[in-house]
Structures are given as structure tokens and as C-alpha cells.
Design a binder for this molecule. Structure first.
Ligand code: GLC
Length: 552
């Protein structure tokens, strides 16, 4: 029984992931241990103590499987083997064991919408139209000598690639080296389930399911996300694999609304624990355009979306909470201040999110306030999504400066520059040449400096994680927006068993007045180190945030 849970008299079972805080590792950029410039499993093993100090419960490990790295491991050529640069299966087993000793679970990335073109299934499938593996993928005849239809790849261009040898096109919703699996084929589903059971038998703590909302696609009808059989497949997957294990499953679902999220995460439906929803993430892009078409964030919209997700899932679903991951720009640079107010700003985003209802996810480096890393030319960009977009837009006549501006605002490399451990060469990430440039601000922004300073961003995260462990109100309490504030102030209550907490966050660089008709009993956390807070009337400083207990 989780502490405090019994008090509310609820009978349903508490899952470990409901009280957890998850830390995402992008292994390529976390810690190199052998000087080849690429992070590896041994590097992660060596940093388990750091993660234990932070207090997290689980690691979401971005893909570590064998891969030719067209999309940095999201193109898998063998699901049951480890990428050469990252180490061996023995290293992986050691990581599982070491994490287990530290009471940290390892959640694997499950990338089964597509494989690499170097996966043995695809190599076979390409051999001929009657190969036994042909139907593992999605092949179509040309129409009028061209692509079967207009479906576009998420990484620019057509989603269809012509295979000269067999005279047919295959589908790839991502790069042409990431052919889509045919989920309508029962054999494909069986292979995936067997592979998942292989990892479950090794003791993994669950799966983060890459673009899982695409597996029910009907490409001939132009349907990619949320296809008709999607939930049937997930229920089957649950039955055949993790349903009998106590694991966390989180689906990456770009198009989810609260109604859709309930379909995935209502415990009665036996699908997933939760999904990542991206409604807030899309708020700084132009309506109907793609992520590169920028528009300024409207804080009122951000509040509206986050509040909607806080209040609408109820008992029929579970939220995940995040600002960052390996696909998104760094939050302080994106919606805050990554210069003189960076520290306050990073802490504000942390306080605002970590006292909400749901399971929080921290992306590596977020806990020290890492920032975006702008480039001046496409030669500095590694990410296939940005590189493809660059060439696509250049051909369409866009100005180079505009394309680079989009890449600097939204490009995925922003989050993928190596972890900044200390002020030694390459931020302590590698003794060799890093695969991607280290952010030049590593001497100022690094783990060591954070650990040496009790007032650092790191210790704000650590305190928030501890507060969650100690206070069931954060996990189970009701959420209520304090609506009468100015737009820039995001304030809310959490309510549980007669207890009431108030969280206030100023999301702007300007001072704002704030007040409620109540008194504070105890300050739980404050990024301005206030020793007393008069919540009846105060002036919130730039990016100020705090949480207090409200007097009953
Ligand atoms: C997901 C991953 C992203 C990857 C894509 C294709 O969106 O998070 O990194 O490129 O799927 O696998």
C-alpha cells in the first residue's frame, strides 16, 4: 500500500508508476566510457549513483538495440542485440542489475512501427515478391507510373520509396531507411510480442512505445494515426506480453485528445499505463502547418491546455508530465530565458510541472537547466529530420536564414548535445571527439557545479522528487486552477483529505501581483528562497514559483 492511499478509502490497486518519477536517457549523449565520442551502457552504469542521488524511480532508455543509426537508434536492425557503440548484452544485463540494486527500473524504448532497412526481415522482404517476409512490410504497385498516393513522410518528401528490383513501392512514414511494419500481418505481431517477452524475461520495467498510434494505419485511405484496429492490437499486445507483469507502459501519441488518452489508459480497457500527449507542445507552431513554422507561445493557451489535461482524465486515465525529450528543444530556451534568468526559469518550470497530477518525466540535462545550442550552418546539424527538411525547403525556395532559424528553434539536436558533467574538456562527456558538438556553455552549466551549490536547479528537482515521495497529495490530490490571476501567472491548488496546497508560477520576466483570501502555513519550495510568503498579497518576481501548504 502506498503511504496515504488507504486514508482516502479507495480500493483499487496502486501501481508503482503512479508514484514514480522517470528520467529519460539518450544513451548516445549521456556518458562515453571508452573515448569513441559516443555515449554507452558502461557510461550509464557509472552514473547510476548520480541518478540515485537525484531520487528517480525509473529510467526510460532511448533505443540501445543494434542499429545503423540513420535515426540514432530509432531504426533497429536487431531488437534482441545491443548497438556495437553502446556495448554488449552483458553490459545491458549489468545495467539492469545495477539499476535494480539502486531500486531504479529500466523502461525500454519499443520501436515497432518500423524497423531499419538493415533488419533481416526487410533484407529478406526485398528479395522478391513471394519471399516469406514480403508481407512483413507494406508494398504497393505504382499508380500511373508513380507513388501509390500522396502520403508524405514525417521526415519530408513522399512516404513511398520505389524498389527497382521488384517494381513496387514500400511505405516509410519516417526515413526511407525506416520501412513501416505491416501490423495487419499476424506473424509480425507474433514476432513483436515474442521480442517483448524476451525483454520482460530479462526484467525490464516496461516500455515507452515509439509512435505507437501509427500501427493501425490504413495507408491506402490516407489514415496514419489512430487507425481502426489500433486499440485491438494494443489489447492483444497487453494480453500476450506485459499484461501479466507489473510494468510501466507509455505510448507516444502525437494526436491524442483527452478522450483518446482515456481509450489507451483506462485501466478497464487493458491497454497502456499512460500516453505522452503533445497538445501543449504544438502551441508554438502555426495552425495547420508543421513544427518548423514558428509562432510565439500564448501563455493563456498553454494554461488552458495543461488544465484541460489535469482535469479531464479523472479515474479513467493517467497523465504523463513533461516539458522535454530527445525530440524537443530545451524548455528554458523555448519558453523561458536561457540567459540571465535561466536558473529561476528552470526551477519555475520544474515546480509548476512536478506538483501536477501524473507521472513526471525528466529529460537528461533538464535537471541542470541545459539550453539549446544554436548552429550557423547545416554542416553542424546531425539530425536526419532537420537535414531532410533543410533540403526540402531549400528546393521549395525558402531562404537559408529562415530554415536555420527554424532549426535553432525546434531542431532535435538542441536536446541531443552531450550531457555536461563538469568543466573539463567536452564537459566530461568524452575524452575523444564527441559525435555531436558539446554546448560551449558547459563550463558554466554542468552537473558538478550544480552538485556543489545547494541552491542549484539540481537540488530543486531533487526536492520536488522527494516531496512527491512524501506527500500523497501530489499523486492523488484533485487539481483546481486559480482562475482570477493575470495571464502570465499559472496558479493552482491540489486538494486531498482535507489538505490543501497552493502552487504559483510567474511564467514571465515581469513582476506580477498575486493574492488569494487565505494564509500559508508552510513553504514547501520556493525558487526565490523566501522565508515567509503572504499569499494574500505579494509581488511575484520574474519567473518566481513556489508551493505552500494552505492553512486549513
Ligand atoms: C519518435 C521518436 C523519434 C523518432 C521517430 C521515429 O517520434 O521519439 O526520435 O525519430 O519516432 O522512430
Amino acid at each position: 500500500m502506498v503511504k496515504g492511499y488507504e486514508a482516502k478509502g479507495m480500493e483499487k490497486e496502486v501501481k508503482w508508476w503512479q508514484t514514480a518519477v522517470v528520467y529519460q536517457i539518450y544513451p548516445r549523449s549521456f556518458q562515453d566510457s571508452d573515448g569513441d565520442g559516443i555515449g554507452d551502457l558502461r557510461g550509464i552504469i557509472n552514473r547510476i549513483d548520480y541518478l540515485k542521488l537525484l531520487g528517480i524511480t525509473a529510467i526510460w532508455l532511448s533505443p540501445v538495440y543494434k542499429s545503423p543509426n540513420d535515426d540514432n537508434g530509432y531504426d533497429i536492425s536487431d531488437y534482441q542485440d545491443i548497438m556495437d557503440e553502446f556495448g554488449t548484452m552483458a553490459d545491458m544485463e549489468e545495467l539492469l542489475a545495477k539499476a535494480n540494486e539502486a531500486s531504479i527500473k529500466i523502461v525500454m524504448d519499443l520501436v515497432v512501427n518500423h524497423t531499419s532497412d538493415e533488419h533481416k526481415w526487410f533484407i529478406e522482404a526485398k528479395k522478391s515478391r513471394d519471399n516469406a517476409y514480403r508481407d512483413y512490410y507494406i508494398w504497393r504497385d505504382p499508380v500511373d507510373g508513380a507513388e501509390p498516393n500522396e502520403l508524405g513522410s514525417i521526415f519530408s518528401g513522399s512516404a513511398w520509396e520505389f524498389d527497382e528490383a521488384s517494381g513496387q513501392y514500400y511505405l516509410h512514414l519516417f526515413s526511407k531507411r525506416q520501412p513501416d511494419l505491416n501490423w495487419e500481418n499476424e506473424k509480425v505481431r507474433r514476432e513483436v510480442y515474442d521480442m517483448m517477452n524476451f525483454w520482460l524475461d530479462k526484467g525490464v520495467g516496461g516500455f515507452r512505445m515509439d509512435v505507437i498510434d501509427l500501427i493501425g494505419k490504413l495507408p491506402d485511405q490516407g489514415i496514419t494515426g489512430n487507425g481502426p484496429k489500433l486499440h485491438e492490437y494494443l489489447q492483444e499486445m497487453n494480453r500476450e506480453t506485459f499484461g501479466s507483469h507489473d510494468v510501466l507502459t507509455v505510448g507516444e501519441t502525437w494526436g491524442a485528445t483527452p478522450e483518446i488518452a482515456k481509450q489507451y489508459s483506462d485501466p478497464k480497457r487493458n491497454e497502456l499505463s499512460m500516453v505522452f500527449q503533445f497538445e501543449h507542445i504544438g502551441l508554438d507552431q502555426q495552425e495547420g502547418k508543421d513544427k518548423w513554422d514558428l509562432k510565439p507561445l500564448d501563455i493563456a493557451e498553454l494554461k488552458e491546455v495543461l488544465v484541460k489535461w489535469q482535469t479531464s482524465l479523472g479515474d479513467e486515465g493517467w497523465n504523463s508530465l513533461f516539458w522535454n525529450n530527445h525530440d524537443l528543444p530545451r524548455i528554458v530556451s523555448r519558453w523561458g530565458n536561457d540567459r540571465e534568468l535561466r536558473e529561476q526559469c528552470a526551477k519555475m518550470f520544474a515546480i509548476l510541472l512536478h506538483i501536477m497530477k501524473g507521472t513526471p518525466y525528466i529529460y537528461q540535462g533538464e535537471e541542470i537547466g541545459m539550453t539549446n545550442c544554436p548552429v550557423t550552418s547545416i554542416d553542424e546539424v546531425e539530425d536526419i529530420e532537420a537535414v531532410n527538411m533543410y533540403h526540402d525547403r531549400l528546393a521549395k525556395g525558402y531562404a537559408v536564414e529562415d530554415i536555420i532559424r527554424s532549426i535553432n528553434a525546434k531542431g532535435r539536436d538542441n536536446a541531443r548535445t552531450p550531457m555536461q558533467w563538469d568543466d573539463s574538456v567536452n564537459g566530461g562527456f568524452t575524452s575523444g571527439t564527441p559525435w555531436l558538438h558539446v554546448n560551449p556553455n558547459y563550463a558554466e552549466i554542468n552537473v558538478q557545479r550544480n552538485l556543489d551549490n545547494p541552491d542549484s536547479i539540481f537540488y530543486t528537482y531533487k526536492r520536488l522528487i522527494q516531496l512527491r515521495k512524501d506527500n500523497p497529495i501530489i499523486v492523488w490530490g484533485d487539481f483546481e486552477l486559480i482562475a482570477h490571476t493575470v495571464k502570465e501567472v499559472f496558479a493552482y491548488y491540489r486538494l486531498y483529505n482535507g489538505e490543501k496546497w497552493l502552487v504559483a508560477a510567474n511564467m514571465s520576466e515581469r513582476e506580477h501581483a498575486f493574492g488569494v483570501e487565505e494564509d500559508a502555513d508552510e513553504i514547501l519550495i520556493s525558487n526565490y528562497n523566501r522565508s515567509s510568503i503572504d499569499i494574500r498579497q505579494l509581488t511575484l518576481q520574474p519567473y518566481e514559483a513556489f508551493a505552500v501548504k494552505v492553512r486549513g
